[in-house]
Write a protein that binds this ligand. Sequence first.
Ligand SMILES: Cc1ncc(COP(=O)(O)O)c(C=O)c1O
Ligand SMILES: [Zn+2]
Length: 435
Amino acid sequence: MLQTPVVTGWRCSACDTKVSISDIFSWRCPNATSSDRHHVLELENAITPLRTNGDTNPFVAFQRYLAWDAFAATLGLDFDDRTKIIRDLDEAVAKTAGTGFRITPFERNDSLSDALGFNKLGGVWIKDETHNVAGSQKARHLFSELLHLIAVEQVGRAPWKSPSQRPALAIASCGNAAIAASTLAQAVDWPITVFVPENADTATLKILDSLHANVVRCPRLATDKPGDPCVYRFREAIEQGCVPFGVQGPENAWCLDGGRTIGWEMAVVAEDLSGSLISRMFVQAGGGAFVACAASGFFAGATKPRIHAVQTQGCAPLARAFEIARTNGGARNAGARWSQCMWPWETTPVSIADGILDDETYDWIGACNAMADSDGYPVVATEEQIHESFALAQRVTNIDVSPTGSAGLAGLLAIRHEVADDERVIVIFSGVRRQ
Ligand SMILES: Cc1ncc(COP(=O)(O)O)c(C=O)c1O
Ligand SMILES: [Zn+2]
């Protein structure tokens, strides 16, 4: 019998306010306002021991550890009802996406390990996320938000009376997150508005169109403060009643729940490896939810590899925040020092890894905690290393990963001289290449 996890609820990493796990639509800290988003709810729970029940769907395999599961229990749904909600929703997603949520491959890549000079004891383990729903890890984060909405609707607690009165979902993104959000929305026939930059690429726009998303272009307005205009238009839509359906913890903390499945998947495999432990994990960071979740999921297992969040030289607000936080009180629990540590990157960055160019690392507190807790640190890769990692991934692996999706590997290239040949390290190929 698996031990029930202790989910005590949410706590704001910035102002310490507690929010009960039973609250519906608990997207943000109650003290966050439309002009002050320097708050983010963090899950308080204890998972021991981490075990899969063997299901091929990670949301079922690790159901007991999901905050959503504890939340849905407070709605009066029993365990089997909750499993059924996951399975039904997964089936609907599979109809739209061509696949439901399945545990993604995770193994040592011998060619890449050889190419980088690791010996037989060490090597590079690749988590291949390119075949996940909508081609990236983003759908994992969004699925726990959707589970929340559907469960509330199912028990009759939603303020709208029928699905036809649902308020639209909203997201600010023009990449994998927008595609994942529009895919999930389409699966349940829920309207969605996607706020995209003025120069959004046509391939992505075409996909969003095919998913019937309402796309809104967002030029910078003269009245906008520094920061992303798509995020500002998104927040205005939320003020008007749209549901935040994105992958930034300060906008919807429920994305930080499902995002952990990728870490749990890796941790249970890592526990079964014979020989030495996994010593490092490199994770490309844009908004930061990915690295925060992959790490906290992995840490629920028996080992704690050093976490390296990887950014590009052209846009590295997380590395800047980590350094500042270290000097003004410590990189751990820096939430109360938000304004001193994190602000929008001043110059407009360009990189072929365009999915990690968020000018603010919204989930910087979780990312910094993960690095501080594991004796890790951020790595800033040069644009040349980003190119090199993409070319290397294409040349020596058979995974059709994008430059953003292989950017974690650029972090490994950047500090390869610090990594011993017998170390075991993880890179996550997080997103498929789109032509
Ligand atoms: C393929 C891929 N990997 C990684 C990331 C970074 O994730 P996060 O923004 O949560 O840091 C993104 C974000 O767009 C992405 O598309
Ligand atoms: Zn708060």
